[in-house]
Design a protein around this ligand. Structure first.
Ligand code: HGY
Ligand code: MN
Ligand code: MN
Length: 410
C-alpha cells in the first residue's frame, strides 16, 4: 500500500468535528463557521503535503503540485467538503481525504509529475444551504451567473452573494473561477457509493460509467390566508388544495416512467402554519433523476401540468424555479478501462456501475475527462448519521486513485 490507514482515519474524524449539529449527524454548510474550520484543516494538511494552496472565486480549495511542464494541463482529484443537513461523515470528505492522502503519498515517494496536479476540496456540492448544489464545479465549468448568486437564498433569506461577501469572497469575481477545457487533463473523484450494491455483492470498488441526470425544481403556490372556521369551502384559495394532487402523484409518476427513474419531495413548507388558518402558501422541492433524459422530462411535465390545472381550479398562483438541471453523463471510457486494469493489478474486486447520486464529476465532465471511484457504504445508507464506510475499504479506493493519477500525470 502506498497510503496510510491511520492518516485516512484521522482526516475523516477531524473533519467530522467541524459540525453545526453534533449528536445529530454532520451538518456543514458553505460559508459558515464549520466551513471555515474545515477549510483551515484542509489547507494546513495540503501545505504539510508540500502543496501550494489557493482558493478560487467560488471558494473551492486547491492544493497545487507543480509539474515539469509548468503551465501544462492539470490533473485534478478530490471531492466536496460541505454536507447535507444531519448527514454522515463520509459523503464528500471521503474524496477530499483521498486527495490529501494521495498528495502525502506522492511526497513520500518523491513523485515528480510531468503535468501539474491539483488536489481539490469542492465547495457547496450538496446545495444544503442554498439549494441547487454542484456550485463549486458549476463555477469551474462557467455555469454560474453573477445574478444567480442573488437569487439562491438560504432559509433565513441570505443569498449566496451576501454569504460570500460576509465570508471574504467577492461574488462579482465569480467568473474568475471558470477553467478552460484545454487547461484540464483529467479529473478523478472518489465518493462513497451511497447505495447497497458493492456491500451486498462484496465488491471493493465501483467504477462509475454513467451518472444519472438530475432536475430540481422549487414550487411555490400562493393562495389566501383565511379563518378556518368561518370561510366556506367554496370561497377559499387554499394553497394546499392546489398542491396536494401533484404531491400525491410524484412517486407514481416516477414509477410510471420506469428505467429506474426516481422522484422525491424532500422539503415541504406551509405558511402561515396554524391549525385554524387556511394555508396561503405551500413551498416544496421536487428532485427528479433518471439515466434517461426523456424519463426525467416526462415526470417533470406531468407534475407541472397537474399543478397548472389544480392552481387554476383553486384560484391560486403558481411559481416554479428550476434550481438544477443536468442531463445524464457518460464518464471517460479510457479512465474506466484504466480503473479496471488498476483493480486487477491491485487485486481489488470491481464492478462497472451507474451512479444514482449526483457528483461534481458530472459537471466537470463537460470540460474534462472524468473518472469516478466508488467505495462501499455500510447497508447502503447515506445522507443520514448512520452513513459509514470501513477505513480499509476507503483505503483501497485511495490506492486506485493513486495508481490512476500516477499514470495521468506522467
Ligand atoms: O444529491 C446528490 O445526489 C448528491 O448527494 N449531492
Ligand atoms: Mn450527498
Ligand atoms: Mn456527495
Amino acid at each position: 500500500m502506498k497510503t496510510n490507514l491511520q492518516r485516512i482515519k484521522k482526516d475523516i474524524e477531524q473533519l467530522a468535528k467541524f459540525n453545526s449539529s453534533p449528536n445529530k449527524g454532520l451538518t456543514r454548510f458553505s460559508f459558515t463557521k464549520e466551513d471555515r474550520e474545515a477549510r483551515n484543516y484542509i489547507k494546513n494538511e495540503m501545505r504539510e503535503a508540500g502543496l501550494k494552496v489557493y482558493e478560487d472565486a467560488a471558494g473551492t480549495i486547491f492544493g497545487r503540485l507543480q509539474g515539469e511542464i509548468e503551465n501544462g494541463p492539470v490533473v485534478m482529484l478530490g471531492s466536496h467538503f460541505d454536507s447535507v443537513k444531519n448527514g454522515g461523515n463520509f459523503d464528500g470528505p471521503a474524496g477530499v481525504v483521498m486527495a490529501l492522502e494521495v498528495a502525502r503519498a506522492f511526497k513520500e515517494n518523491n513523485v515528480k509529475p510531468k503535468y501539474p496536479i491539483e488536489f481539490i476540496a469542492m465547495i457547496e456540492e450538496e446545495g444544503g444551504r442554498f439549494g441547487g448544489g454542484l456550485f463549486g464545479s458549476r463555477s469551474m465549468a462557467g455555469k454560474v451567473s453573477r445574478e444567480s448568486l442573488d437569487k439562491y437564498k438560504d432559509k433565513d433569506g441570505v443569498s449566496i452573494a451576501e454569504a460570500m461577501k460576509e465570508f471574504g469572497f467577492d461574488p462579482d469575481k465569480i467568473y474568475e473561477a471558470e477553467r478552460k477545457s484545454e487547461a484540464i487533463r483529467a479529473f478523478i473523484e472518489l465518493h462513497i457509493e451511497q447505495g447497497p450494491v458493492l456491500e451486498k455483492k462484496n465488491i471493493d470498488i465501483g467504477i462509475v460509467d454513467y451518472i444519472v441526470g438530475i432536475e430540481e425544481i422549487e414550487v411555490t403556490i400562493k393562495g389566501r390566508p383565511d379563518h378556518a372556521g368561518t370561510t366556506p369551502m367554496n370561497m377559499r384559495a387554499n394553497a394546499l388544495d392546489a398542491a396536494a394532487p401533484a404531491i400525491a402523484k410524484v412517486s407514481e409518476f416516477a414509477i410510471e416512467a420506469g428505467e429506474g427513474t426516481v422522484a422525491t419531495i424532500g422539503t415541504l413548507n406551509l405558511k402561515p402554519g396554524a391549525a385554524n388558518i387556511v394555508p396561503s402558501d405551500v413551498i416544496f422541492t421536487v428532485d427528479i433523476r433518471s439515466k434517461k433524459e426523456e424519463c426525467k422530462k416526462q415526470v417533470r411535465n406531468k407534475i407541472i401540468n397537474l399543478l397548472k390545472e389544480s392552481t387554476a381550479r383553486t384560484n391560486c398562483n403558481l411559481e416554479i424555479v428550476q434550481k438544477l438541471d443536468v442531463a445524464p453523463v457518460k464518464l471517460d471510457e479510457q479512465i474506466v478501462a484504466d480503473f479496471s486494469k488498476g483493480c486487477d493489478e491491485l487485486g481489488f474486486k470491481k464492478k462497472v456501475m451507474l451512479s444514482g447520486a449526483g457528483h461534481d464529476a458530472m459537471i466537470i465532465a463537460s470540460i474534462a475527462k472524468v473518472g469516478l471511484i466508488f467505495v462501499p457504504s455500510k447497508e447502503g445508507r447515506s445522507h443520514c448519521p448512520e452513513e459509514w464506510t470501513d477505513y480499509e475499504d476507503l483505503q483501497k479506493g485511495i490506492e486506485l486513485a493513486y495508481y490512476e493519477v500516477l499514470k495521468l500525470c506522467k
